[in-house]
Design a protein around this ligand. Structure first.
Ligand code: FES
Ligand SMILES: [Fe+2]
Length: 470
């Protein structure tokens, strides 16, 4: 690298004559911007090298279990996954496992998934029942964690039943999301959520439900898997077929960090051509292509209006059409949402691994988790959250999980439509990234990150270093 490039002023994205930066698109939005979209924070992150050993070394993975996953507030599931008292599911992060159970109508608890007798797992997958009972010798606990039954109690004079409560992790909820923290000394969740409650206030994630739920095993470290979704820089090669309608290089990246909360965000505009395609790229083609994307959810017989790019209001026209389609589909009012909230992809990350998307452009939630104690494997959990229907119509139940193995692609989840194709493109890279990092020359075994487009990854690693004390 030339000395001139090092330390030169950081550029905040790249626009073309027909594809402006996000801030310029927002300035022309046809509606008032929500607090989330008015907010922007783009601090300079350090251009540090990220050693590949962080993704490969079992000792590093062990450190993450001890100092990160055992200590941090983390998203476990959605409240609608366990709607009735007694419903429970298993939340696994690396080698840790917790039973998340609805212990009362308005109470959710998380227990370490281990019998206090000889350590048998108490729960696998999802289920329901009036108690938590071990399948080995039938030790049994009430849903609040107090002991219910100790078979042959005459033989356990050393056991004080009152003190044999199932060990618990802390639980708090926000926006319909259930968070746990295994650290009994942890402070409350709220300071960790940072800007999220304010930014998501009008979007109301608590009034949504899981319409599609896919869980995919990936042959890559959990951080490599997550980082593949934190920037739009890779669109130029990995998703080149999306360039005609995606403002990849004009994406806006934001970071909010007050020491307690570590939040980042990207806003990638749709319905505009990639700035990489130059000043002569077709705006009409961008509008037509993004209409095809939005029409996917409407079935093959959908009749699409045609919007004229020469009028210069294409994105606003598409947004208005979608507001009406969404209102008809869900019986709710979407008239207050601005164009960007209806058209663009807006994705947040709450450290370490919770990625809720914002707006109706693509209302996904990602979660990235280590898989067992193997640093080469991870789990990517994906949900599509739809608005709960209005007008007194009961909310549909949470979708069953579609489990995809290491060698299954997203074609096995056709409900995802075009998004399945995009995930397949991303997944094609991940095992190669993991292998490639192992093959790096010893003097060059580190990542070199873009100063703006990969600033969220820089911020993530700076935060991780603090948690791990390295
Ligand atoms: S291990 Fe659970 S009852 Fe024996
Ligand atoms: Fe991607």
């Amino acid at each position: 690298m030339s000395s001139k490039a090092v330390g030169s002023t950081r550029k905040l994205g790249h626009a073309s004559a027909v594809s402006p930066l996000v801030k310029d698109l927002l300035a022309k939005d046809s509606r008032p911007l929500s607090p989330a979209l008015k907010a922007s924070c783009q601090p300079e992150t350090e251009a540090k090298r990220i050693p590949f050993s962080r993704y490969l070394d079992p000792q590093f993975a062990k450190l993450e279990m001890e100092r990160l996953w055992s200590k941090v507030w983390q998203y476990a599931c959605r409240e609608e996954d366990i709607p009735a008292v007694g419903d429970r599911l298993c939340y696994e992060v690396g080698g840790l496992s917790f039973i998340i159970v609805r212990s009362a109508a308005n109470e959710i608890r998380a227990f370490h998934n281990s019998c206090m007798h000889r350590g048998n797992r108490l729960c696998d997958g999802q289920g329901s029942g009036e108690s938590l009972r071990c399948s080995f010798h039938a030790w049994e606990w009430k849903l609040d964690g107090s002991m219910l039954n100790l078979p042959s109690s005459w033989d356990f004079s050393q056991v004080d039943v009152e003190r044999y409560r199932l060990p618990e992790a802390k639980v708090e909820c926000w926006g319909g999301f259930v968070f746990i923290n295994p650290d009994s000394h942890a402070g409350p969740l709220k300071p960790v959520l940072g800007v999220l409650p304010e930014h998501f206030a009008s979007w109301k994630p608590e009034e949504r439900f899981t319409f599609i739920h896919v869980r995919k095993l990936v042959r890559a470290n959990w951080k490599a898997t997550m980082e593949a979704f934190l920037e739009a820089y890779h669109v130029i090669e990995t998703h080149s077929d999306a360039m005609p309608f995606t403002g990849d290089a004009s994406t806006q990246y934001d970071i909010w960090d007050d020491g307690s909360s570590h939040i980042s965000r990207l806003i990638t505009p749709l319905g505009v051509p990639s700035p990489h395609l130059g000043d002569d790229a077709s705006v009409q083609a961008a509008l037509d292509a993004v209409m095809q994307v939005f029409a996917l959810a409407m079935g093959p017989d959908a009749v699409l209006p045609k919007f004229d790019a020469s009028k210069g209001t294409g994105r606003a026209d598409i947004a208005e059409w979608r507001r009406q389609m969404l209102a008809a589909g869900f019986g709710r009012d979407f008239s207050g949402l601005c164009d960007a909230e209806i058209v663009d992809t807006i994705q947040y990350l709450m450290f370490p691994n919770f990625c809720p998307w914002y707006g109706e452009g693509l209302p996904l939630v990602y979660q990235f988790l280590p898989f067992g104690d193997n640093p080469n494997e991870s789990v990517m959990d994906i949900r599509l959250l739809l608005p709960a229907p209005g007008g007194g119509i009961p909310c549909p139940p949470s979708a069953d999980i579609i489990e995809l193995g290491f060698d299954e692609d997203f074609d096995a989840a056709p409900q995802l439509g075009l998004v399945a194709h995009i995930f397949n493109q991303d997944m094609g890279n991940l095992p190669k990234i993991q292998l490639g990092m192992k093959s790096a020359g010893p003097a060059r075994a580190y990542a070199t990150l873009g100063r703006y487009q990969e600033s969220r990854i820089q911020h993530f690693h700076a935060t991780l270093e603090r948690y791990l004390g390295i």
